[in-house]
Design a protein around this ligand. Structure first.
Ligand code: NAP
Length: 353
């Protein structure tokens, strides 16, 4: 064991997102996995024996012999990356956050007023809400969340435009991959040769309409003032393994042409603190000019799955602009997003030192 690395727990380590976290943390320069947790189904058994590994290859040797621990018993780690389902996250994440820095994928606390909802390239300053959170809750640790898997790509695409010209209306239709439903997820007879025009009975649409307004909101001593965009989302599940696509039409407050949008994107960069993090992609936003890109199978792995692709930027006869946005849902949209948040917490002095 490299004693200089920061000990990390994965909560819900056997699921689709937990496995991605393990895969992405193999050979991580700052973090070392020392604890894996699961449900009663898996507690007490060696991870390598029980896990049904759904990614390529096999579980890394470094975790294969770890014994799965209960998710409600807080372990001695500096950071806990949570891939728990919503109900379990609601119960167990605060227990961990009292002692350690929790970076969660779950939706349970994303919209809670003292819990930051962070995409490091977009709103790293929201991390300072942790000071208020610790004061109010008496925690030594912290709880930060990353957005819904579709929202990450959408909010990253909106950020440069929102800052430059303001946004009034954002209309979104998504085509979401099956891995977004976890494992085993959507029954094959529902999704092969098919499209399902609803996810979580409307709740996914509510998340896509609400979360970007918090992420693009302004943080000051009084908390977060939500961005005042009018959002409308429709979602579908499509027979793609990984990679969520969002078709966006938007109207700005101050007017926006295709030429302006291309200039805004070409001059945008993530803050320096974030560019230096180990999991930061060299290009967080990749602008495609080919008329048939981005595509999930061809473009989801750009930047090791951490880059968001934007293509078909063109004028809209109703709003100002239309575009297609693609992001890898279990990497940028989940496991990689939580890891980048954990790296931000370390860089900002909230965890690990
Ligand atoms: N998949 C995505 O693209 C995606 C994207 C963004 C956010 N998320 C969110 O990330 C979380 C995990 O999603 P997933 O797709 O990885 O789900 P999943 O494949 O169903 O995995 C769930 C994990 O949680 C554990 N678990 C289940 N019930 C538990 C309980 N009562 N107590 C403790 N542990 C329990 C399971 O452990 P056992 O195997 O031991 O039962 C498993 O490790 C969810 O909150 C989801 O909404 C997912």
């Amino acid at each position: 064991m490299n004693s200089k690395r920061i000990p990390v727990a994965i909560l819900g380590a056997t699921g689709a997102v937990g496995q991605r976290m393990i895969q992405l943390l193999e050979n991580h320069p700052w973090f070392e996995i020392t604890v894996l947790t699961g449900s009663d189904r898996t507690v007490g058994r060696p991870y390598g024996e029980l896990v049904r590994w759904v990614l390529d290859g096999a579980p890394p040797a470094s975790v294969a012999n770890l014994i799965v621990q209960p998710s409600d018993v807080v372990a001695e780690v500096a950071i806990a990356l949570s891939a728990l389902p919503t109900d379990a996250a609601k119960l167990y994440e605060p227990l961990w956050a009292a002692h350690t820095a929790v970076c969660s994928n779950a939706s349970s606390y994303r919209m809670t007023s003292d819990v930051p909802l962070i995409i490091p390239e977009v709103n790293p300053e929201h991390v300072h809400m942790i000071d208020d959170q610790r004061k109010a809750r008496g925690w030594r640790g912290a709880l930060v969340t990353n957005p819904n898997c579709s929202v990450i790509g959408i909010a990253m695409a909106l950020k440069p435009l929102y800052d430059a010209v303001g946004l009034d209306i954002v209309q979104i239709a998504t085509l979401q991959a099956v891995s977004g439903a976890g494992y085993p997820g959507v029954p094959s007879l529902d999704i092969i040769d098919n499209i399902v025009p609803n996810i979580a009975n409307g709740v996914e649409e509510e998340k896509i309409e609400a979360e970007p307004c918090k992420i693009l909101g302004r943080y000051d001593n009084a908390g977060i003032t939500m961005a005042q965009m009018r959002m409308s989302a429709q979602v579908t599940r499509v027979p793609v393994t990984d990679g969520h696509t969002a078709l966006i039409s938007l109207k700005s407050l101050r007017g926006l042409t295709v030429e302006n949008a291309n200039e805004i994107y070409s001059s945008w960069q993530a803050p320096q603190l974030v560019r230096d993090l180990p999991s930061s992609p060299a290009q967080p936003l990749i602008i495609h000019t080919h008329p048939e890109r981005p595509q999930p199978r061809r473009d989801r792995d750009l930047g090791n799955g951490m880059s968001v692709s934007i293509g078909r930027i063109r004028s809209c006869p109703v709003n100002d602009l239309r575009m297609v946005v693609l992001s890898h849902n279990t990497i940028r949209g989940a496991a990689g997003g939580a890891i980048l948040n954990a790296e931000l917490l370390v860089a900002a002095g909230y965890a690990g030192k």
